[in-house]
Design a protein around this ligand. Sequence first.
Ligand code: FAD
Length: 463
Amino acid sequence: MSVERVTSFSAPVDVHTLVIGGGACGLTAALTAKRMGRDVLVVERDAVPSGSTALSSGLIPAAATRFQAAKGVADSADLLTSDILAKAKGQTDPVLAHAVAAMSADAIHDLADRHGVRLELVEGFLYPGHSVARMHGTPNRTGQELMAMLVAAAENEGLDVLTNAIATTLFVTPDQSICGVEVKRPDGALERIGCKALVLACSGFGGNQALVKTNIPAIADAIYFGHVGNQGDALRWGDALGAATADLSGYQGHGSVAHPHGVLITWALMMEGGVQVNTSGLRFANEHAGYSEQAEFVLSQPGGIAFNVYDERLHQLGMEFEDYRNAVNVGAVKLGKDVDELAHQFGLPAAALAQTLQEIDALARNSAVDAFGRTFDRNKRLTPPYRGVRVTGTLFHTQGGLVVDPRARVLNRKGEPFPNLFAGGGAARGLSGPEAWGYLSGNGLLTAVTLGRAAGLSVSALD
Ligand SMILES: Cc1cc2nc3c(=O)[nH]c(=O)nc-3n(C[C@H](O)[C@H](O)[C@H](O)COP(=O)(O)OP(=O)(O)OC[C@H]3O[C@@H](n4cnc5c(N)ncnc54)[C@H](O)[C@@H]3O)c2cc1C
């Protein structure tokens, strides 16, 4: 990945807006710019656009949407902002957080009403830190479905997407304008494309082991569950251009990936009464603090594993999620008619597990708070038969990146915008601050679609 400084540039193909990366951020930016009448090209390294977006649950938080209004959910940009800032303990940019929250409803409405993405409000449980129901997802709650709908929108709207094209070099003029990009094709051929505006939507650096080791050593040995093509290219170009970067140690982890099956087990199970125990049958953290920070807690247990313990009621809740159904199909979800049988399934000490379940039941009966700070709910007690899954902690997505303003303009180290360079999603600094605990569920796709849309609108204003 390199930046070449030039005084003139010519290419066989010129477009107004070039977007690098065809995930949620890139396609949202491109669809928006195209709608605004711009000539747009997306370059995507893979044969089929997928990215981390396709690996995700596809759940996008947004405040004050028509979907919430239809269900009587009162929400506002201010409330979403305060939830984001509370989760990040104030260690993120409050101006960007508020701007993103304020743009979130428009982003969701555009996806649903202009681009045919079949979104609905996810009800029945709240993710950690969300004050109200505001996750919007496709019917099967999968990112694959979300991506399929975005790709269909791109096809329907005649958007040009050049696949099998890895952007390698940015060309920049002395006034810091990007005038073109070089892409590498599978046969090694290099092709140049000229542009008037460039959107970096090529996500974070989770797939780049060296960058993860440098910036987030605590999670460097964990399984990376995101898209391997996310090699930190935006960050590397940004560094070479003199862009400001922030929060490179921040990341989205997850403490509940079935192991060794490698299937995401929804955190809804924990929020609605489930617990995690280690190989001694003992709990070790507040599961309600957040799934992101739980990754490191799970990894610090013996063997780097834990066991989700819940019941039939929660099993039925899980069955609403395609990932969970897949986990059932591959045999990751075990059933025990009582504690002994469940303990036996995983080789856990039955007496210790029984003691743990008695303790949480006593807490639940009294709606009490445990030593880790979790409040138990008398309406969410676990009853036999029990269910369980062996899980590990993983790295999902990096949260640090290029510093952008609410118009998705990339800023230099003096805080000034580059003339025609934009970024969003994983390529930009997120809203989660410098630590894993700062990640509010959905911050990933929230910044992908809102800043993607903002970038699309911003590029449209450029001649
Ligand atoms: C298992 C899992 C579950 C998740 N669930 C959720 C969730 O429910 N809600 C949520 O908000 N977030 C979730 N996330 C995070 C979310 O997936 C990301 O925040 C989001 O997808 C980022 O979108 P993006 O468009 O920035 O990046 P991506 O979707 O990763 O797209 C980046 C694209 O850029 C391409 N690319 C990279 N470099 C180049 C290059 N040099 N040239 C050309 N193309 C390039 C890649 O191939 C890729 O297609 C989850 C993540 C994981 C891993």
